[in-house]
Design a protein around this ligand. Structure first.
Ligand SMILES: NC(=O)c1ccc[n+]([C@@H]2O[C@H](COP(=O)([O-])OP(=O)(O)OC[C@H]3O[C@@H](n4cnc5c(N)ncnc54)[C@H](OP(=O)(O)O)[C@@H]3O)[C@@H](O)[C@H]2O)c1
Length: 481
């Protein structure tokens, strides 16, 4: 299979926070990979911007080192890296002051696409948006890319939306959620909407429940101070898990087109029921160091783990719960959406055959892919014994080795920005609706001073989370080490 590379127009991409961690690990190596794929025209320019005083050569050294660290060795061709670096420059800018802005204004071309990536702390988003406008850098061709977190509650998200809206139209604002850039997430759309097999079954009549898991093995480590003000609900559920839930639950949009998709996702969020306190389990990892050690706050009430049962009140989903869970320092690293179909209404086989149900799992990581468990007869003589086997749709196996080289979510999303395609980005009203659902849950914990349960580091989370499903006669999928 030969992949098709769609070239993009020339562009100026300014990365505010170009010297930061996200730029180093994701954005710059991702751009290099797109360059290698022939998607960066020679006239395109990438400009790093931050307060650090350095020249182009020093920044190019930084970018070259980032590529060598984060791009597989077999793709690090020194000549290609040099050609890529020749398209990169640096400017010293203080986004809170005046330094650098006039120079930046002279550098940016007004007749090509201009993209401004806000890879800085969220406290600076408003400063950048305002100055891009005040210094007359922004044009109708400009796009801004805003990183997470997008607010910490409904009020702050509304304020941030208002600040951005003062300088940019909604169709110029790209709120990034890198989960949406993952190949498998888009494949979920293909599986659902390009096959006739699944859609008739995709409802409460045939689906028993859905499990969405994002499990991490790492703790909050060096970012404990930041994380302690946030917690798993704000950091993961309000954005990433919510987006995965929306894509699983939404109605088919009329077209695969930004506003049609986002309208359908918004309807799902608005149909979410408030969650009962008894349907939520919060946890903090123990061990050495424990969560409390990592966040250096022995009295912290912030959760590093959360599991919750979410009901959607609409015709399609009434009666089919979505169980979400995410946590740090767990047994394994995995992200998946798992659709558990109902058992057949009646079994024609004897009791020894057992009861079976189809399971569709969509793995986001580690090895991206989709598999469908179907029940067949166990081969051999000795009666009718049934066994569940996977119909594996792992991309690399089905599509050849090239499919293994899936672009990282960031590189795809950055190219979507340049192409002006907002399908995989969140709209302002979507983010606000997600906070409107999240806020009362968090406020209730705060009012009660709810204390998270301690769980063992390296485990599957708190015992109570198992009970959340047991009481509904269901079980979580195993988190594999
Ligand atoms: N790192 C990740 O994996 C990750 C993942 C998801 C989302 N994010 C989000 O991405 C954003 C950036 O995160 P990060 O981890 O890259 O942060 P970081 O490593 O702390 O980098 C921050 C960047 O902002 C620059 N900066 C700070 N103040 C500035 C100012 N007044 N004017 C101009 N530049 C300034 C810094 O450079 P100077 O000190 O040289 O100015 C640095 O380049 C944050 O919103 C974060 O929440 C990060």
């Amino acid at each position: 299979m030969v992949s098709r590379v769609i070239p993009v127009e020339p562009f100026d991409l300014v990365i505010f926070g170009g010297t930061g961690d996200l730029a180093r690990r994701k954005i710059l190596p991702g751009l290099y990979r797109r360059f290698l794929s022939g998607q960066m025209p020679p006239e395109a320019r990438i400009i790093g911007a931050a307060r650090t005083d350095q020249d182009d050569a020093a920044f190019r050294n930084f970018v070259g080192a980032a590529i060598k660290e984060f791009v597989p060795k077999n793709r690090c061709d020194p000549k290609a890296i040099d050609r890529f670096l020749a398209q990169i420059s640096y400017i010293t800018v203080d986004v809170r002051g005046d330094k650098g802005w006039n120079t930046l204004a002279k550098m940016i071309r007004s007749d090509v696409v201009q993209a401004f990536y806000f890879s800085v702390g969220p406290g600076l988003f408003g400063d950048i948006a305002t100055r891009l406008n005040d210094y007359k850098i922004a044009t109708p061709l400009s796009r801004i890319v805003v990183e997470k977190p997008f607010g910490r509650d409904l009020t702050s998200a509304k304020e941030l939306n208002a600040v951005l809206a003062a300088s940019f139209e909604e169709q110029q604002i790209y709120r990034i959620d890198h989960y949406l850039g993952k190949e498998t997430v888009q494949n979920l759309m293909a599986v659902r909407f390009a096959n006739v097999l699944f859609e008739p079954l995709w409802n409460a009549q045939y689906i028993d429940h859905v499990q969405i898991t994002v499990a991490e093995t790492v703790g909050v480590g060096g970012r404990g101070g930041y994380y302690d003000k946030s917690g798993a609900m704000r950091d993961m559920v309000q954005n990433h898990l919510m987006q995965l839930l929306c894509l699983t639950a939404m109605e088919p949009p009329a077209q695969f087109e930004p506003d049609a998709m986002r309208d359908e996702k918004l309807k799902v969020i608005r149909a979410l029921d408030p969650v009962d306190a008894s349907d939520i389990v919060r946890g903090q990892y123990g061990g050495d160091p424990s969560y409390l050690d990592d966040c250096e706050n022995p009295a912290s009430l912030t959760e590093s783990y959360i599991a919750l049962k979410v009901d959607i009140s609409n015709w399609r989903w009434k009666g089919t719960p979505f169980y979400l869970r995410t946590g740090k320092r767990l047994k394994g690293r995995m992200s998946e959406i798992v659709v558990h179909f109902k058992e057949t209404p009646h079994s024609i086989f004897d009791d020894d055959a057992g009861r079976h149900a189809n399971i569709l799992s969509i793995r986001l990581q580690p090895d991206e892919g989709i598999d469908l468990r179907v029940t067949i007869k166990e081969p051999g003589p000795g009666g009718m014994r049934l066994v569940d086997v996977p119909l594996d749709m792992t991309f690399a196996d089905a599509l050849g080795p090239e499919a293994k080289d899936v672009p990282d979510a960031y590189e795809r999303l950055i190219m979507d920005v340049i192409r002006g395609n907002q399908t995989l980005f969140m709209r302002g009203d979507e983010v606000e609706a997600a906070w409107a659902w999240t806020d009362p849950i968090i406020e209730r914990w705060q009012a009660r001073r709810d204390k998270p349960k301690t769980y063992e580091a390296g485990s599957s989370g708190p015992e109570d989370a198992l009970m959340l499903l047991h009481k509904d006669h269901r079980r979580w999928r195993e988190i594999k080490a």
